[in-house]
Design a protein around this ligand. Structure first.
Ligand code: NAD
Length: 363
């Protein structure tokens, strides 16, 4: 199969759909890869590296879309890209169609086969192609939070791990899923005093088994959230209720009980945020202060570490790409129900129940 990798065109998107090592695997399996020139240059993947891995280089996106049988990307296709898709062509990328009627309409009209990373499932009920970005965001939340705690950023002027003779900072993580666990691990590694709150007792038990006493666990309820944020230096918001807006677990009134200069990092901002005072920010201007509490609410955190994120994404997507390329999309989806859950649009029809329901398409 000929697999095409266009350069991402969304504002400040430096990730790319495939690393050179991913290209090498596909080529070793007998496939051809066409990469748009400079697709990975911003994160240090040069055309020469792609060529060495066995790819050919296309001079523009039109050539990639015209020749490839499967297009591999990171972000949802922009309108100009949707119009380049050909009938029967496979598109494998993040789509997030439910809140995006325009993109859905264009993909339906394109007559292509659109498989979304975010709805591919695994046997444990997880979302294996969403998880790598949650891992990145969770780990980054501590890095971002530690920076925001510095005096010059408006923070309390405390070091996460303290030093010998000075107590470490208190980090409270609300939501112990993929983001929360990765944040907690990083905070623990930095020497902070870490507490995770989750409303799933099963999850809290798992965390307790893995980390023993090194990470404290607390049931997530309003009393425990009140008590925890009052003593916290850094609070990470990492909750998710699938398919729903994030619950507002910290209200504006509650900020008054917090230590001045404490930091809130709302990773759940892409679902509306779990702090009442959260509003989405960008990597260019990531923090703001409300009632003396510093907020970091970047909606696309993984984009800030685009090279790591690209490598993590290719690690996760490559096995599915190989399956699609080796068997052809039809057979691959027939054989693998989890990959089939990724199918959102197939030749003019919306084939994902939730997307069809939200946007009023027949299913
Ligand atoms: P996940 O499903 O792995 O974990 C969510 C956890 O939240 C679960 O353990 C669940 O039990 C818990 N939870 C639900 N309601 C809760 C409550 N009231 N109190 C405490 N815990 C509660 O999800 P995830 O992959 O960790 O993602 C978390 C959030 O981070 C999502 O909103 C996701 O979209 C977002 N995210 C944002 C970025 C970004 O760049 N900002 C990147 C990746 C993920």
């Amino acid at each position: 199969m000929l697999i095409g990798v266009p350069k991402e065109i969304k504002n400040h998107e430096y990730r790319v759909g495939l690393t050179p090592s991913g290209v090498r695997e596909l080529v070793a399996n007998g496939h051809k890869v066409l990469v748009q020139t400079q697709a990975g240059l911003a994160i240090g993947f040069t055309d020469e590296q792609y060529i060495q891995a066995g790819a050919s280089i296309a001079s523009n996106a039109e050539e990639v879309f015209e020749r490839a049988e499967m297009i591999v990307k990171v972000k949802e296709p922009q309108p100009v890209e949707c119009r380049l898709l050909r009938p029967g062509q496979v598109l494998f990328t993040y789509l997030h169609l439910a809140p995006d009627p325009e993109q859905t309409k264009l993909l339906v009209e394109s007559d292509s086969i659109a498989i979304a990373y975010e709805t591919v499932t695994d046997e444990r009920g997880g979302l294996p192609l969403l998880a790598p970005m949650s891992e990145v965001a969770g780990r980054m939340a501590i890095q971002a939070g530690a920076h925001a705690l510095e005096k010059a950023q408006g923070g309390r002027g405390v070091l996460l791990g303290g030093v010998p003779g000075v107590a470490p900072s208190k980090v409270v993580v609300i939501g112990g899923g993929v983001v929360g666990l990765n944040a907690a691990r990083m905070a623990m590694g930095a020497g902070a005093d870490v507490t995770i709150l989750d409303k799933s007792l099963t999850r809290l038990k798992e965390i307790d088994m893995v980390f023993g006493g090194r990470i404290k666990t607390l049931m997530s309820n309003s009393a425990n959230i009140d008590d925890s944020i009052r003593v916290a230096d850094l609070v990470i918001g990492a909750v998710l209720i699938p398919g729903a807006a994030a619950p507002k677990l910290v209200t504006r009134a509650m900020l008054k009980s917090m230590k001045p200069g404490a930091v809130l990092v709302d990773v759940a901002i892409d679902q509306g945020g779990c702090f009442e005072t959260s509003r989405a920010t960008t990597h260019q201007d990531p923090i703001y202060t409300v009632d003396g509490i510093v907020h970091y609410c970047v909606a696309n955190m993984p984009g800030g570490v685009a090279r790591t994120s690209t490598q993590a994404l290719t690690n996760a997507t490559l096995p599915y790409m190989l399956e699609l390329a080796n068997k052809g999309w039809r057979q691959a989806l027939l054989d693998n129900a989890h990959l089939r859950n990724g199918l959102n649009i197939c030749r003019g029809r919306v084939t994902h129940q939730a997307v069809a329901k939200d946007l009023g398409y027949p299913y």
